[in-house]
Design a protein around this ligand. Structure first.
Ligand code: ADP
Ligand code: MG
Length: 234
C-alpha cells in the first residue's frame, strides 16, 4: 500500500532577476511515499537544488501545489512554513553548514530550541541519541573546526535526525568528502533508511544513486525519468 508523504503537482519555479527569467522547474509532479529512499540526479544547473529547497520549505514554488504529510504547504504563512519545516524536515547540505561558534552538542540542539514543547532535559536526550546514532557522542564538546569533514557531516546528519523528521533531504551530502568519508556517510544514510527513514538525496555520483531504491532524473527543469528498483541493492 502506498503511503504518500509528499505530493507535488505541476510544480513550477521561476526566478526573476533583473531582466532574466529562469524557469528552474517546469511542471514537476511527484509523489514520495513513507520509507522511500529517492535519489535525484541530472546535470549541473538542471534544478536539483531548487527542487530540494522547495521540498524542504526553504523556498516557495511559483506554480503548482505541494502537500507535505497532512499539510497543504503551497499557500501558508512564513511562520507556519518555519514551524512545519522545523518538525517535518531534516536537511543535510554539501558544505555541512554547522555553526562554528557552537560546539557539536549545541549545533545538534539548535533546531530543537525553536520547538516550544520540549524541555531542556528532553532536548539533551534527543541530542545524545542522535549523536550516538552517527557515532559522534565522544565529540560532543568539540567545535566544528576541530573535526574532519567526514565527522562534521556526521554531526550535520545528527542535527537532521535529532528532531525525528518525516523526511531527510540531502543535497550532494558527500560532495565535499574524500571517498572514505563519503562511503561512511552513505553507509549512515543506508542505516537510517533501514530503520525506516524516508530520504531524498541529490547526487551526481552514480554509485550513491545506486544505494537509493528509486532514481529520479531531471533535465532542464523537467522530470525525465523516475525508476523504482524492484530489489534493493544490498
Ligand atoms: P542544480 O542544483 O541542478 O545544479 P539549481 O537548482 O541550483 O541547479 O539551479 C537551477 C537553475 O536555476 C539554474 O539555471 C540556476 O542558475 C537558477 N537559480 C538557482 N537559484 C537561483 C536564484 N536564487 N536566483 C536566480 N536563479 C537561480
Ligand atoms: Mg545543486
Amino acid at each position: 500500500m502506498s503511503n504518500p508523504l509528499i505530493k507535488l503537482e505541476n510544480i513550477e519555479k521561476v526566478f526573476y532577476t533583473e531582466d532574466v527569467e529562469t524557469h528552474a522547474l517546469s511542471k514537476i509532479s511527484l509523489t514520495i511515499n513513507k520509507g522511500e529512499y529517492v535519489s535525484i540526479s541530472g546535470p549541473s544547473g538542471c534544478g536539483k537544488s531548487t527542487l530540494l529547497s522547495l521540498l524542504g520549505l526553504l523556498d516557495t514554488n511559483t506554480g503548482g501545489s505541494y502537500q507535505l504529510a497532512e499539510h497543504d504547504v503551497s499557500n501558508i504563512s512564513k511562520q507556519q512554513r518555519a514551524k512545519i519545516r522545523n518538525t517535518e524536515i531534516g536537511f543535510i547540505f554539501q558544505s555541512f553548514n554547522l555553526i562554528s561558534d557552537l560546539d557539536v552538542e549545541e549545533n545538534v540542539e539548535l533546531p530543537l530550541t525553536y520547538r516550544n514543547n520540549l524541555t531542556k532535559k528532553q532536548r539533551k536526550e534527543m541530542v545524545k541519541n542522535a549523536l550516538l546514532q552517527v557515532d559522534m557522542a565522544h565529540r560532543a564538546k568539540h567545535f566544528p573546526s576541530q573535526l574532519s569533514g567526514g565527522q562534521q557531516q556526521r554531526v550535520a546528519v545528527a542535527r537532521a535526525i535529532a528532531g525525528d523528521p518525516s523526511i531527510i533531504l540531502a543535497d550532494e551530502p558527500t560532495g565535499n568528502l574524500d571517498s572514505k568519508n563519503a562511503a561512511a556517510v552513505m553507509a549512515l544514510l543506508d542505516e537510517l533508511h533501514a530503520k525506516g527513514a524516508t530520504i531524498c538525496m541529490v547526487t551526481h555520483d552514480p554509485r550513491s544513486a545506486e544505494q537509493a531504491n528509486r532514481n529520479i532524473e531531471i533535465l532542464d527543469g523537467h522530470l525525465v525519468s523516475d525508476q523504482v528498483k524492484t530489489t534493493k541493492a544490498a
